[in-house]
Design a protein around this ligand. Sequence first.
Ligand code: NAI
Ligand code: MG
Length: 363
Amino acid sequence: MKSVAVLPGDGIGPEVTSAALDVVEELSLPLDLRFGEIGWECWRQEGDPVPQRTWKLLTETDTCLLGAITSKPLREAEAELPSDLRGTGRTFVSPVIQLRQRLGLYANVRPVVDLVNTRFDFTVIRENTEGLYSGFDFHGLDDALWNLVGQHPNAQASGPEATSVTLRLQTEFGMDRLLRYGFAYARSRGHRRLTLVDKPNVLRHSGNHLRERLESIAGEHPDIEAEILNVDAVALWMVRRPERFGVLVAENMFGDILSDLGAGVMGGLGLAPSGNIGDHGSYFEPVHGSAPGMAGQDRANPMAMLMAMAQMLDHLDLRVPGDELRAAVRSVTARRATVTYDLGGTSGTREVARAVAGELGVT
Ligand code: NAI
Ligand code: MG
């Protein structure tokens, strides 16, 4: 029996979660679903978007399924607190960022599957903890930073006050664990190729470091072809020849951009799933947010959540039901008779989920 913390969250989160869980129930899986609370309502009522009881639930369960969470700018967040909590210095920290940091979820895994023509099936794995988003981001440079960049002619023309710098952090610790995860993922899904996305001809020293780590870890996996491609070329090919890719591994910013490109290639936010994975924890969620304007209307596409559930089942070593669920999603999407507005249909959230449930065991 595997246990799953189910955190429906805000906006359309609860309705896509409940519709998708009705489908998963048809599979009669050995899953213990334990519901918890997270998100904007927790912030509004308790001043904490991830209450202690939710952290406790996360430590007691094998993985987590997240609906979606509403975030708002800091001023609005403060204004929506209960009056006795205002002005006490509480700040709203995005729950997904808290989860990634506290659970050490270093790999953001985005499967990109052609649900209509089965032409492509690849996965973008983005590094979540370092790279260009490490937080070494400065505006107005002190002497140490100025010594580093002050020779650049544009910096000379601007001066230290009018210059900003962002550092791309790459550590062997961070690169090796990501690459190891990438190869293990490729093997578990039967992919024969791992593509490391970088820009080595421009970022020569860090790119070379990354190449060395790739070569070293690729040596442990001789049956999987490893290559390095430039990020701009990957963007072009992802649109033109997505079928050429298996597993793509990228540093934080390149991966951020390519994973949203992947969601677009796949057909939009209504379809795209994601997982955030570390050595001691994980959570799975649709890529889309809480779409508050659509909440409670039975209009949201549940397919992204269903694909996230399939990804979670794979991660829990329930590959056969994961494949079964994906096949059912695929046939309903491809047939186009029962799809939501974003795919050109008129069906509602629950009707689409029922159609997927009806496909289970048929394919
Ligand atoms: P969003 O993804 O919630 O919605 C953008 C648009 O995409 C919607 O207006 C809708 O047209 C479409 N859409 C999204 N999900 C859909 C679905 N399942 N079916 C059909 N159409 C769908 O992004 P937005 O509007 O930028 O953010 C809304 C809230 O969600 C914000 O508070 C934001 O902070 C939060 N958010 C949360 C995320 C998370 O929980 N991981 C990720 C992105 C945004
Ligand atoms: Mg993004």
